[in-house]
Write a protein that binds this ligand. Structure first.
Ligand SMILES: *[C@@H]1O[C@H](CO)[C@@H](O)[C@H](O)[C@H]1NC(C)=O
Length: 118
């Protein structure tokens, strides 16, 4: 019984680690357009956590579209990629700040797509 529990916990961890860390917020429907798309990657260095901040609109620019959906695709399929989070703004607003953070010793490779409506 105990072995089975340990085994299933191990399987859960393994499954969790073997997936990419996509983040999908909101829903894009007919009439929404891609207002921003970027591929952001950083190589891993031993013992280091790599970070990136993405801001939309970029500093000094103005965005008139309301954000309808944010898709952050983890291009690292074996689970060693980073983790995305939204730190400010987002769906329903006109700006967003996204933080990308790698696992220690690894890099990341994300494609960020933002859909909006004018
Ligand atoms: C990041 O992922 C994209 C999409 O899979 C790929 O085209 C690109 O070459 C990757 N970049 C790096 C530096 O691995």
């Amino acid at each position: 019984m105990r072995a089975l529990t340990i085994l299933s916990i191990f399987c859960l961890i393994a499954a969790y680690n073997c997936q990419s860390h996509d983040l999908a917020l909101g829903q894009a429907t007919y009439g929404d357009v891609v207002i921003y798309k970027v591929n952001e990657y950083k190589y891993g260095f031993p013992l280091m956590v790599r970070k990136s901040d993405i801001e939309y609109p970029e500093a000094g620019q103005t965005n008139f579209a309301y954000i309808r959906a944010i898709f952050i695709k983890d291009n690292v399929r074996d689970g060693t990629g980073g983790y995305p989070t939204v730190s400010a703004g987002g769906v329903g607003q006109r700006f967003v700040k996204i933080k990308l953070k790698s696992q220690r010793g690894y890099g990341f490779n994300f494609t960020v797509t933002i859909y909006g409506r004018y």
